[in-house]
Design a binder for this molecule. Structure first.
Ligand SMILES: *Cc1c(COP(=O)(O)O)cnc(C)c1O
Length: 417
């Protein structure tokens, strides 16, 4: 520990919540160097939807390395990239009747968001991006301007500009449809709101507290955007790649965004990779107008293509997600019924309990970790316990994780017997 505390910057965070040194991991199980075992309900913040070291992905990467496959190709053509693009078209886009072009960007989620914001501004000639309350989009200045979280914004010490902030679905409670407000603001030429280049949003707010946008609200937003000539950018960095039950989080909704940002679980193996999908007519980039050295991480292309082949050829995974989602939701409803002021939130395998107060959530996080469960909190006050197990978690691992969660809550006397 001393090596870290003496030499690594104070900025580190997760290691404070899970203060052990980790060595190995497989599926939903992680080991520390003292030989303790943990069930992982964090999944690399959503970057390990298929679990740790999925054997088929791992073997595909080992084979690629052993064959001296090109590792970094900038944006040159490579066979590994072609295989991924073709696979993505065949297994993801075509079956869903989606028509998008793919832009590979620097390898993290914020790179995808920055590129999408930039392209939306270029295409529309407008300056403002409309982002939402409790939205999270990344930590570089453009995406940070769109992020709501105060503790992250405070670190900027410069202007976070050219973003207007609108109320997300349900922000004022179930009785007020925030689309009515948004429509009023943006159609009144003297409201003081500039009509935006794009609306940038998550369909389930991962960091913001597992707030779910209803289909009706999302459809209204997309219709309204068309009316006023604005684009819709869906940030599916965390909610995508199966987390909400389908490959894209918007598949259950009756509207299609103009651009989609993907990263986190896109490579499937935990290697960094990010992509923007755009309607083909929006692809007005000049060659080299937006670049980045690490846009050609071929090991990530190899594992990403393998992930698609292993998990998205048919609807087996989707059915498993639906079954596990039901199972977890029922269990959480039962636990929540015993905790005054709490409620269950989220959808798919993106579920949690709003504990009603941050101290409760923080205490459960610590107690659960001591008992062998890695679980995170989210929400504006860190008041929501967030369950994000690998989509492929085995039945025994899931049962063990849920038991530890329930035992921790009981041990802390947060729930009525
Ligand atoms: C994690 C996340 C990002 C940022 O991704 P990084 O890889 O951390 O830059 C952007 N949007 C959403 C919704 C995220 O969850």
């Amino acid at each position: 520990m001393e090596t870290f505390t003496r030499l690594e910057s104070n900025v580190r965070l997760y290691c404070r919540k899970y203060p052990k040194v980790f060595t190995q991991a497989r599926g939903a199980t992680q080991l520390d160097e003292d030989g303790n075992s943990y069930v992982d309900f964090l999944s690399g913040a959503g970057a390990l939807n298929y679990g740790h070291n999925e054997p088929r992905m791992r073997d595909a990467m080992i084979n690629y390395l052993s064959g001296d496959g090109v590792i970094l190709s900038l944006d040159m053509h490579s066979a590994a990239k072609r295989r991924f693009i073709a696979m993505f078209e065949r297994l993801i886009l075509t079956p869903r009747k989606l028509d998008y072009k793919m832009q590979f960007v620097g390898p993290t989620g914020t790179n995808a968001v920055e590129a999408a914001m930039k392209l939306a501004r270029k295409v529309t000639g407008r300056r403002m991006i409309a982002a939402f309350t409790h939205g999270f989009h990344g930590m570089t200045l453009g995406s940070l301007a769109a992020t709501g979280r105060g503790s992250s914004r405070r670190g900027a010490y410069t202007s976070l500009s050219d973003v207007i902030r609108l109320p997300y679905d349900g922000y004022f409670g179930p009785a007020l449809n925030t689309m009515e407000l948004i429509r009023k603001y943006l159609t009144d030429p003297s409201s003081g709101f500039e009509v935006p280049a794009a609306f940038l949003l998550e369909s389930v707010q991962g960091e913001g507290g597992l707030n779910v946008a209803s289909s009706r609200w999302f459809e209204e937003l997309v219709d309204f955007a068309r009316e006023i000539g604005s684009l819709v950018i869906l940030d599916d960095v965390q909610a995508g790649c199966g987390r909400c039950g389908t490959f894209f989080s918007f598949e259950a909704m009756g509207a299609v965004p103009d651009m989609v940002c993907l990263s986190k679980s896109l490579s499937g193996s935990g290697l960094p990779m990010a992509m923007v999908l755009m309607r083909p007519d929006l692809d007005l980039w000049e060659p080299g107008e937006h670049t980045g050295t690490f846009r050609g991480n071929n090991l990530a292309f190899v594992s990403a293509a393998t992930a698609l082949e292993c998990f998205w050829k048919d609807d087996t995974l989707q059915q498993q997600i639906a079954a596990k989602s039901d199972q977890i939701r029922k269990r959480l409803e039962a636990i929540s019924a015993r905790i005054p002021g709490s409620r269950v939130k989220g959808r798919g395998l993106f579920l949690g309990i709003d504990m009603g107060r941050p101290e409760g959530a923080a205490a459960v996080l610590a107690e659960a970790f001591a008992r062998g469960l890695i679980i995170e909190v989210c929400g504006p006050h860190d008041e929501v316990l967030k369950l994000m197990p690998p989509l492929t978690i085995s039945e025994p691992e899931l049962a063990a994780g849920l038991s530890i969660l329930e035992e921790s809550i009981t041990a802390l006397e947060l729930a009525k017997p």
